[in-house]
Design a protein around this ligand. Structure first.
Ligand code: NDP
Length: 244
């Protein structure tokens, strides 16, 4: 029996990258998984791959009406949420001198507004003691010159979670940040030039980028009863990058 047996999990940004790895890991641990993303073909592919206990729901987390639709589906089909992972996020490389209003709005809309309302609108469906996880980033604590606004969105997520953790109210839920370091996903490959990506591993104490499955393993821990007293924390899974 898996450590998430019969739990109902909702994961945003789960048709690719880290979110997909989390969906696979939760499914393997016995969870019923709702996978949210914007691209229908990728959602269909996840359903086809994992089969039973998986439902893909088209949802742009920056649109509140889409979130209403997501939770209407979850409510109808499962009636509750035991684990919520607000993972959808985008990074756009742009220095202080080059960032545009559109890029700023896109990152804050998906990463901050999207994460906040992904949690707020789930509240009526949360089961007692539910685990909420928001995907942060080492960029929150170790800002980079080409990603200052992205880092600011992830720092905002850290602050939101600390505030929400105070309101957890006698075990109604617990909420934590999971902060990956550089992780080998399409999102990172699109963001970082190939030569820089090849060199990035050398800047990390463990000498390499993370694989999405290594982030997913930590997401299983935060979702499971093994982390029952972990609340308001920021778990870095970064090979030591932001720690030393
Ligand atoms: P990918 O670009 O590989 O995947 C992003 C996922 O998010 C896709 O499933 C995408 O699906 C979805 N997504 C993007 N925007 C939205 C939106 N508005 N609404 C719903 N879904 C959306 O990214 P990663 O897997 O690399 O990143 C996942 C998370 O991890 C992000 O929050 C990112 O900031 C964070 N992170 C990543 C790191 C890395 O090195 N990879 C390091 C630190 C943090 P679709 O396009 O269909 O919407």
């Amino acid at each position: 029996m898996g450590v998430l047996q019969d739990k109902v999990a909702v994961i945003t940004g789960a048709n690719a990258g880290i979110g997909l790895a989390i969906a696979r890991a939760y499914h393997a641990e016995g969870a019923r998984v709702f996978v949210a993303g914007r691209r229908q073909a990728e959602l269909d592919a996840v359903e086809a791959e994992l089969g039973a206990r998986v439902t893909g729901v088209r949802c742009d987390v920056g649109r509140l009406s889409d979130l209403d639709g997501l939770y209407a589906t979850v409510g109808e089909r499962a009636g509750r949420i035991d684990v919520l992972v607000a993972n959808a996020g985008i990074g756009i490389s742009a220095s202080l001198g080059k960032i545009t209003e559109e890029q700023f709005d896109a990152m804050f809309t998906t990463n901050v507004k999207g994460s906040l309302f992904t949690v707020q609108k789930a509240l009526p469906l949360l089961s007692r003691g539910a685990s909420i996880i928001l995907t942060g980033s080492t960029a929150a604590t170790r800002p980079q010159s080409d990603l200052p606004v992205y880092g600011a969105t992830k720092a905002a997520i850290r602050n939101l979670v600390r505030g929400f953790a105070h309101g957890a109210g006698a075990g109604q839920y617990r909420i934590n940040v999971l902060s990956p370091g550089g992780t080998r996903t399409q999102g990172l490959i699109d963001l970082v030039p190939a030569d820089q990506l090849a060199a990035a591993g050398a800047t990390i104490p463990l000498g390499r980028l993370a694989e999405p499955e290594e982030i997913a393993a930590a997401a299983v821990f935060l979702a499971s009863d093994a982390s029952s007293y972990v609340n308001g924390s920021d778990l870095a899974v970064d090979g030591g990058f932001a720690q030393v």
